[in-house]
Design a protein around this ligand. Structure first.
Ligand code: ATP
Length: 228
């Protein structure tokens, strides 16, 4: 049976209310650019991190709250034997069928949003000085812009993105290139970034760039102290 994740956000402050209290940071970048690497460092430095990609995986894992509605719309064929979403089957479908893509998003996006708000409230309550929302398709979604104080874009050459993703997954070069084509371009992301983190060097260089970013974010002033 699907887990009901719909109630926890009822009565909880929305992101606009949290934004009054503490800095809300958007973190985006193309596939394999290094978003997780950057958010992991920020978390070590003391940031409250909400990874929307992780949430998307959790809600489509066995028992996840998106499984029941996905099965209802797309049929049991799209649910694997272990009860999780059959990702490769769904990926093949939505890549060639825009209507299916929209239907899947109509199910998953509100659930991801609910869980995002729930986690943001928990982290704010726990006293984290600022929150980082890792959103792979932040530029593409169009809905995030007004909700955050500062947009961080992780950037590296496309060839490096392709190499990293191929090394990490079973995807072929053609498949990774297909994913890249479906995402915003580097130029589109860089055009709206408040801070760009270059991630084409060593991890040690990334560490020092992210430490500087952390200090910069701590300097963002809010009207009300976060402890209020
Ligand atoms: P996705 O969009 O697929 O979730 P991502 O943007 O979160 O990817 P990461 O998972 O952080 O990217 O990085 C992709 C891969 O590249 C990982 O295996 C990571 O360890 C590696 N990587 C990231 N940055 C560097 C770096 N500066 N040097 C070496 N390897 C790196």
């Amino acid at each position: 049976m699907a887990t009901d994740h719909s109630t926890p956000t009822i009565g909880q402050p929305q992101l606009s209310e949290l934004k009054i209290r503490l800095p809300l940071i958007g973190l985006t970048g193309g596939i394999g650019s290094g978003k997780t690497a950057v958010s992991d460092i920020l978390a070590q430095l003391g940031a409250g991190v909400i990874d929307t990609d992780l949430i998307a995986h959790q809600i489509t894992a066995p028992g996840g709250c998106a499984i029941y509605p996905i099965q209802g719309h797309f049929g049991a064929d799209f649910i694997a034997n272990n009860g999780a979403l059959d990702r490769s089957k769904m990926r093949s479908l939505v890549f060639q069928n825009l209507e299916a893509k929209k239907a899947l998003e109509a199910i998953t996006h509100p659930l991801i949003k609910q869980e995002t708000i729930k986690q943001a409230n928990q982290l704010a309550q726990a006293g984290f000085p600022y929150l980082v929302f890792v959103v792979p398709l932040l530029i593409e979604s169009g809905t995030w812009k007004g909700q955050i104080d500062h947009l961080v874009v992780v950037d590296c050459p496309e060839e490096l993105q392709i190499e990293r993703v191929m090394q990490r997954s079973n995807l072929s070069r053609i498949e990774v290139e297909g994913i890249l084509k479906a995402q915003a371009t580097r130029q589109e992301r860089l055009a709206v970034a408040d801070t760009v983190i270059e991630n084409q060097g060593r991890l040690v260089d990334l560490q020092s760039a992210v430490e500087q970013l952390h200090q910069k974010i701590l300097g963002i002033k809010k009207d009300k102290p976060s402890s209020s």
